[in-house]
Write a protein that binds this ligand. Sequence first.
Ligand SMILES: [Zn+2]
Length: 436
Amino acid sequence: MARKKKEKTVKTSGPVKTQENHKVKPYDLGIISRNAKTVIVNAMIETTGQVRFGDGTEVNLTITEKDLIPTSDGKFVEKVVFAGSKRRGVDRRTIHALRNQVLSQNGTEPFEQCYIPQLCRKCPTCWLLGATAMGEGYNIKSRILYGSSYSIEPSELAVQPHSRNMVDEKRHTTAGEAGIHTEEFIKAGVHFPTITILERVVDWEIGVFAHALLENVNQNKYTAASRSQGGVKFTEVDAIGQCIIIDESPIGMFPLPTPKIGADKTNLYEALEVYKDSLDLEKIKEKFEVQCFKVDYGKTDGVEDKTTLLIQVNSSILYKIKCTENEGKLEVFQCVRKEKKDEAEDITKSEEGKPILEHEYKLIQTRYYGERALGYIREKQYEWKSFLETFNSQRWTDTNNEILKRIGPSKAEKASEKGLEKPATKEEPVSGEESD
Ligand SMILES: [Zn+2]
């Protein structure tokens, strides 16, 4: 098949050889890369002062988005919502800002015509964060999935109405009815467990999200109307440090699931235990054992090694989990049994005379936590900035064509021939991005 296609191109497009000589390698991009990974970023975000995430603005009352959550005893608990779409909208603005600034300094096309809601569907951020065509043409599905988060604390504890009195400067009285304004604020010390999934991404793409997360927390941008003292931070927890747990897998397989807090849970202490347990080898051991695996600690020179777990079924090892506490990471290896040409010859015997099959370990999941996780996202943020600083427009155009060629030519090519040049595309709104 592939050969046939190649012949066809040679016939129709003439001097392919010279073209090939000048061809620059396309950019590495998750959707077309063999090195794409899946990353799960789990972070507990905490308010540090009065903040508002914003839902709708009525004349007098600014409502904080809330939901009723059923509890196991048949009742309900009301929680504050930190919507994923809100987080996504704020992140995208921050991402566009850096893209435009660095690219214009770099002297290349800054994609300034691509902004919410008029997304261009051909720039690096559109291919990562998605863009929708309302009429003709192709849609890009976002590879960064933002989950909505419920506060740990019930809204009766987390939210406070706040009356504001606008004083008439001359008369020193309340400036009429419009001067009285009631707002709802989320108090300080309210916790939101957030999860974001980055599907099929390469390092600079991880950095796009990393930049947004770091800077939006740092600069309090997630809050719509933060008061002077308002803002957010990563919760700090004993034994973890900053409450961030990042899982990375080269194949999108995670034997250690990311810690999740039930929406009906209202106890912060218990919630933080869930995070701690996800890093504790003893607890991990128990979890695999209740799933009917046999789990042993590893051995070095006959001595039990408490930093390694071996997950087994029928005395063969499936996974090895290694914890390097002072490096802030856990590694999960899959045991891959090697195929042998001559089984009888190759099998070595253990001390008890049992055969030991040849095998090797393949890293399939790395879990970074605390300060190390923060270091991971900071390092990726640098990758994204470097990507922009060395950005080459021609090379990007080639990459763009390569993507369009690979993602179903009929739809995409049609769109790139007609749709993208039409000014009409500029008016196509993109749903799902929320403004603050
Ligand atoms: Zn774009």
